[in-house]
Design a protein around this ligand. Structure first.
Ligand code: ATP
Ligand code: MG
Length: 250
């Protein structure tokens, strides 16, 4: 297929430089983990051309699952909307698993990535804005850095029409990637059909995240459903993290 990143022309109105937020708090400093065996951070990028497919939600849920699993975790938000940053500001560090947060722009991608010391973290979860194809060079830099690209998607026709060519591009570009089905209705025909259709072009995370009523309630307090634990959908997010962990070999 044609390279979707080749259509880019529009510039973002985002501020030009990256900004660390809450960084440097020393994730799990002094934890008795085998420091000498630690490897540099792995980078997981959440990306889908279409808006509202669950990039930010999946990014934060799996980041929390990783932090609760003992990983040293950072998040990096490239979306000028700062949804992930706003969520992070609501988190209460003493009550929840620690995540360091950074922000940057695709226009200044090198600076944004350079903020993060890979030796401080096990995994860096990167949220991107929709329409990353508008930033072809920056997107390619980001994709080359990624150890895994997750493509969140719903089961709707237009979600699939957007993410299928994106997955084909990722495959042609040689990046390890998988679809993450989000906001699904369990045991529905639409889910079954979407799994077949998406599975034809790429791998699927073997846990689909349902439509979660409590999502907004936990957002209000800077939490994830994984922080809360017993909420509907938390197990699927945890399962998605285990998939990521196996993919990253950590
Ligand atoms: N599994 C889910 N259950 C319930 N609500 C969800 C779920 N996933 C996402 N949402 C909600 O759907 C909306 C869009 O999700 P989200 O912000 O994660 O998408 P996005 O892909 O990051 O959007 P954008 O492209 O605008 O950045 C949000 O209000 C979010 O709370
Ligand atoms: Mg988002």
């Amino acid at each position: 297929m044609a390279d979707p990143t080749a259509v880019a022309t529009r510039k973002s109105k985002a501020k030009p430089s990256g900004k660390p937020a809450g960084a440097g708090s020393g994730q799990k400093a002094g934890a008795p983990v085998k420091e000498v065996l630690r490897k540099p951070a792995r980078w997981v990028v959440y990306s889908a051309p279409k808006g509202g497919t669950g990039k930010t939600t999946s990014c934060k849920n799996t980041a929390v699952a990783a932090a609760k699993d003992g990983m040293r975790v950072a998040t990096l938000d490239f979306d000028p909307q700062r949804t992930l940053g706003q969520w992070h500001e609501l988190r209460r560090p003493h009550d929840v698993a620690n995540i360091d947060h950074y922000e940057g722009t695709l226009e200044a991608i090198d600076e944004a990535l350079a903020q993060i010391d890979p030796d401080r973290y096990d995994v860096v979860f990167i949220d991107t804005p929709p329409s990353v194809e508008l930033y072809p060079e920056a997107t390619k830099i980001l994709l080359r850095r990624a150890d895994l690209v997750l493509v969140p998607t719903g089961v709707g026709r237009f979600d699939k029409m957007s993410v299928i060519p994106w997955m084909e591009f990722l495959r042609d570009y040689g990046r390890p990637a998988a679809f993450l089905l989000n906001r699904v209705k369990r045991r529905s025909v639409s889910l079954r059909e979407a799994k077949l259709e998406l599975g034809r072009v790429g791998r699927l995370v073997p846990h689909e995240v349902p439509d979660i009523e409590d999502m907004h309630r936990v957002d209000d307090i800077g939490c994830s459903i994984v922080d809360v634990g017993s909420v509907n959908g938390a197990d699927e997010c945890l399962g998605a993290w285990y998939f990521i962990r196996h993919e990253l070999g950590i």
